[in-house]
Design a protein around this ligand. Structure first.
Ligand code: NAP
Length: 457
């Protein structure tokens, strides 16, 4: 399996890595399992907190260097990469401050004696992660699990190997013992073999529905606990009283951040008929004013997509939408630049029988739907195989909250585009996956809630 950095702005191959051998996998499993045995009774938490504190310091002091690695791997704007490094450092602060609290035993009230639940490590984890947030995706599973005492083997996306290795190297530099986080360049069969190994107790994946199904199947076959953070087709419901200036200010981040390649990007804009024409006018202005170019240049506002493969896939999806009746309001033209740029595109008139209606378009494409009454908007938002996030936007916040409560997703944002912070649990329902990352829920995803009960004599 080829692990390569192909810079999507220049199309040049910058790095290539050879595949790990099965002997290397065995050594990694042995080192990781030995750590688990050392940590499972809660030992060395103080030392692990010191490592994570140091990791936060390193992330901050090497912010630009790390950001450049990510931008070269998958093309995101340098400012976005720097923001990602800072966000990872904030995960370090958050979990170091709360690890003792999250790991403290929980007393259980029972009239029959004494009972409490210990929150203990469970063992080695296999993490499979995507390219769209190369550091953030690793950080949000590694940091809490390292503190909880679960060592981790990482298989990252084959198109951002340099970022994955840089993150693992930083963890080592922060003082983590060998086996704490091992980045491995391995193929799908090797991932399956690791999942099947009896020393591995959990599997977490962030990625597509297809990748999630494959890896969740391996986990289920081997009765390993798993969490799945998968795709989304998030609705952005504009309510009839929406302030259009405020709305226009958040559209660029909601749809175009990371070249639209965010699981929680707003992908389907559901707009009332009284604001529909105005919305399309504003969205067209925003999309036509983006500046495509070198992602290292702070003046660039729309990055290339992460790879030629991703760009071709998106083009096929737009073609499919149009063949089945969608109208192109803006975009869908070739871009005269060498990198993997996709012209931001606005589609309307997507009927429910259009095959694109229930597909995630992972790039700078906005679908716009018109509604007459709010129930229609809620029904449209819920008419999706996915259930990751949504936004509800309107002046009357209590009305917006009522609407949000009726959407079948794991997350809702009111009067804001998507957001991710260490204290906010992240995850979805339906085909967007199961389990949560971040916050206390994420910390406890792979913790053994170990009951201890002493009945009265
Ligand atoms: P993907 O193809 O599923 O890849 C994700 C990871 O899974 C990569 O490391 C990939 O390795 C690996 N993988 C895929 N199939 C595998 C298999 N059969 N066995 C073992 N490993 C396998 O996903 P993607 O298309 O690159 O990523 C974008 C998707 O991720 C979007 O759908 C997006 O919405 C979703 N996402 C979800 C969240 C969330 O939190 N819910 C966050 C970010 C992204 P290779 O690279 O080697 O194929």
């Amino acid at each position: 399996m080829a692990y390569k950095t192909i810079n999507p702005y220049t199309n040049e191959v910058e790095h290539e890595y050879s595949q790990a051998t099965n002997d290397e996998i065995e050594k990694t499993l042995a080192a990781a399992h030995a750590l688990y045995l050392k940590w499972r009774d809660g030992s060395e938490l103080v030392e692990r907190k010191q490592v994570i504190t140091r990791l936060g310091e390193l992330l901050r002091s090497k912010k630009h260097e790390m950001a450049e690695i990510m931008t070269r791997d998958m093309g995101k704007l340098i400012g976005e990469s720097e923001g990602e490094v800072e966000l990872c450092a904030s995960f370090c602060d958050y979990y170091v401050q709360r690890a003792d609290q999250f790991l403290a035993p929980t007393p259980i009230y029972t009239a029959s004696g004494n009972a409490y639940v210990l929150h203990q490590a469970t063992g080695v984890l296999m993490a499979v992660e995507p390219w769209n947030f190369p550091f953030y995706q690793i950080a949000r599973v590694f940091i809490p699990n390292f503190l909880a005492g679960n060592p981790m083997i990482l298989k990252d996306a084959s198109n951002c190997p340099t970022s994955a290795q840089a993150f693992a190297d930083l963890v080592k530099e922060a003082g983590a013992p060998e086996g704490s986080l091992t980045n491995m360049f391995i193929d799908y069969d090797q991932v399956g073999a690791i999942i099947a190994d009896k020393r591995v107790q959990g599997v977490c994946l962030t990625g597509s529905e297809r990748g999630g199904q494959a890896v969740a199947t391996e986990a289920a076959k081997n009765l390993k606990k798993s969490t799945m953070e998968l795709g989304g087709n998030d609705a952005f419901i504009v309510l009839p009283d929406a302030d259009m200036d405020k709305l226009a200010a958040i559209i660029p981040a909601a749809r175009l951040y990371n070249a639209g390649q965010v699981c929680t990007s707003s992908k389907r804009f559901i707009v009332p008929d009284n604001l529909y024409d105005e919305f399309l006018k504003r969205a067209t202005e925003i999309f036509s004013n983006v500046k495509m170019g070198d992602p290292m240049d702070p003046a660039t506002t729309l990055a290339p997509m992460n790879s030629e493969k991703a760009k071709n896939k998106l083009q096929k999806q737009v073609d499919l939408a149009v063949e089945n009746g969608a109208k192109v309001v803006y975009g869908n033209q070739p871009v005269d630049l060498a990198g993997q740029f996709f012209m931001p595109t606005i589609l309307t008139d997507i009927s429910r029988d259009n095959p694109i209606f229930d597909q995630e378009m992972f790039g700078p494409v906005m679908s716009v739907y018109k509604y007459h009454d709010v129930q229609e908007a809620i029904d449209l938002a819920n008419d999706s195989s996915y259930g990751l996030g949504n936004t509800v936007f309107g002046k009357n916040v209590s009305e917006a909250r009522k609407v949000a409560a009726q959407i079948d997703t794991g997350m809702s944002w009111i009067n804001s585009g998507w957001a991710s912070l260490p204290e906010l649990p992240f995850g979805g329902v339906k085909h967007s996956g199961y389990g949560r990352e971040l916050a206390e829920q994420g910390f406890k995803s792979f913790v053994n809630d170990h009951l201890v009960y002493e009945p009265e004599a």
